[in-house]
Design a protein around this ligand. Structure first.
Ligand code: ATP
Ligand code: MG
Length: 352
């Protein structure tokens, strides 16, 4: 798909820059990007054909000669700036497009119905044109914390090579009136350029709260309205898939909820799935495990734990204890982890 046949490396799909300053001290002000879309054109024109790699710098040659931008992400890794390259500058709210590495849909343990539904999104991102007006556009992931929602979104990105734009919804709430709404609009513009891509709104409940909660935060309403407008998407936005994630499904505003054509539930792992999670992750331990470690027994004792709880509070704690003891991972290390988790915290199911 290279539009620049002279160069050997492929045309970059996107380049993310971060203002790095001048090479020498100066009294000049730091230039600020006020019009991201215009900047994209400006940047592409002056750096057309330049090969780009993460960690390198690009120097402005026009308005602010020698002002440096650090390249903080490029897709693919070895690439050249071409006509179709999207150039974005990381701003205060980092929503840096990235293609999540290595994780696949099959790595998500359990969540069978979620996986089936995500296969459809995978098909769509692989070939948006074929869906025409029947595109899955707005999908909601809901379920307790630590059950694999973010992991699934990353897997979708990884398997389809579609960049993911991760947005923490709380970061949309700006300092000034109108800021949040403007940010949402910009995000969708950026997404359209990057398409096929995934816009991942994490912690959606933080902005799309039921109206009865919104009374408390007037500015939020305007952000929700902006989001609704974009989600309704009168414009053609082929290849942009919005995924919202929340673990407070019932607090979501019904008008926001109704915009999602598909709601995908993530559940806490059952006994079999807990055994699978424990054994799958234990295989990646850097040290060996004693044969006497019984994952069935541990899984029985961890009813109500999420995948994240099992990884972070059980496996990791047991492993670290074994490393401290300079031995293999033993049953007593897991006993220690379980005792510790019972004292220090409550499984996430109670917060659901
Ligand atoms: N079903 C699962 N299969 C395999 N690993 C899992 C699963 N669920 C959780 N994990 C592990 O827990 C980590 C955290 O999960 P993830 O970030 O996807 O949770 P989440 O549902 O997005 O939670 P939150 O609502 O708090 O954002 C994953 O990176 C993975 O290591
Ligand atoms: Mg998450």
């Amino acid at each position: 798909m290279s539009d620049h046949p002279v160069k050997k490396s492929a045309a970059a799909k996107f380049v993310v820059l971060k203002p790095a300053g001048y090479p020498m001290k100066t009294e000049f002000d730091f230039p600020e990007i006020s019009e991201p879309e215009v900047f994209d054109r400006y940047a592409k024109e002056q750096w057309f054909g330049t090969s780009v790699m993460k960690g390198d710098y690009l120097f402005d040659r026009r308005m602010y000669p020698d002002f440096a931008f650090e390249i903080i992400n490029v897709e693919p890794k070895q690439a050249t700036i071409g006509k179709a390259t999207v150039i974005v500058v990381e701003d205060k709210e980092p929503s840096i497009p990235q293609i999540a590495a290595s994780v696949t849909i099959e790595d998500v343990i359990g969540q069978d119905s979620a996986k089936k539904k995500c296969k459809l999104i995978e098909k769509y991102l692989n070939d948006p044109q074929s869906f025409g007006q029947w595109a899955p556009r707005n999908i909601l992931f809901f379920g307790p914390s630590g059950t694999g929602k973010t992991m699934m979104a990353k897997a979708l990105s990884n398997q389809t090579d579609a960049p993911i734009l991760p947005i923490k919804s709380t970061q949309l709430i700006g300092e000034h009136v109108g800021e949040g709404a403007a940010r949402i609009h910009l995000l969708y513009l950026r997404a359209k350029e990057l398409a096929p891509c995934i816009l991942f709104f994490d912690e959606l409940d933080a902005i799309a709260l039921d109206r009865s909660y919104q009374e408390l935060r007037g500015d939020v309403l305007e952000i929700v309205n902006a989001l609704l407008t974009e989600m309704d998407g009168i414009e053609d936005r082929s290849g942009v898939c919005t995924i919202g994630a929340t673990n407070r499904y019932s607090a979501l505003d019904p008008s926001v909820r109704s915009r999602f054509e598909e709601e995908i539930e993530f559940t806490l792992p059952n006994l079999t799935e807990r055994i699978q999670i424990l054994s799958a992750y234990a295989k990646t331990f850097p040290i060996s495990i004693e044969a006497a470690v019984d994952f069935v027994k541990i899984a029985r004792k961890t009813d109500g734990f999420s995948g994240r709880d099992l990884v972070e509070k059980v496996l990791k704690v047991a492993l670290h204890q074994a490393i401290i003891d300079e031995t293999q991972v033993r049953a007593n290390h897991f006993d220690y982890a379980l005792r510790k988790v019972k004292i220090e915290s409550v499984p996430s199911v109670l917060f659901g």
